[in-house]
Design a protein around this ligand. Structure first.
Ligand code: ZN
Length: 138
């Protein structure tokens, strides 16, 4: 007889098992080597960025952060302009297949923008950590 846990394994990422996140306690599909859920990982990324030393950033880093933010903001603006009616509401006007297509396209656009922005931020953080490591070693 199938158990609820079997159904969970079918929908979970590769090798993931539903268990409570050690950091926040929420039930999540966690890979065997995962130490926390996606929400906690996101918080950790933001928190670790805030801990970087401000004097290790250059003007190039600031420009890249601006570019990353603009990439994200441009996607938000474009999607909002074309697809959002009332604030916080999808502008549903087409047939179901059209709406599925529109929503998939908007989500793909946002995923692409997030990916590009994250790549820029990761490059900035790597440079800053390298710079901070050189200056702290003196
Ligand atoms: Zn968590």
């Amino acid at each position: 007889m199938a158990k609820v846990v079997d159904a969970a394994r079918i929908t979970a990422p590769d090798g993931a098992v539903w268990r409570n996140c050690p950091a926040c306690g929420r039930l999540a599909a966690l890979a065997p080597d995962a130490v926390q859920c996606g929400g906690c990982t996101t918080k950790t990324r933001a928190d670790s960025a805030r801990l970087l030393p401000a004097d290790a950033f250059t003007d190039v880093d600031r420009d890249d952060i601006y570019e990353a933010g603009c990439t994200f903001a441009a996607a938000l603006r474009d999607i909002t302009h074309h697809e959002i009616g009332d604030p916080g509401c999808w502008d549903l006007w087409g047939t179901c297949p059209e709406e599925l297509g529109r929503l998939h396209a908007a989500l793909d656009q946002m995923v692409s923008a997030v990916k590009t922005s994250r790549a820029l931020l990761t490059a900035v953080e790597r440079r800053v950590r390298r710079t901070a490591g050189k200056t702290s070693g003196r």
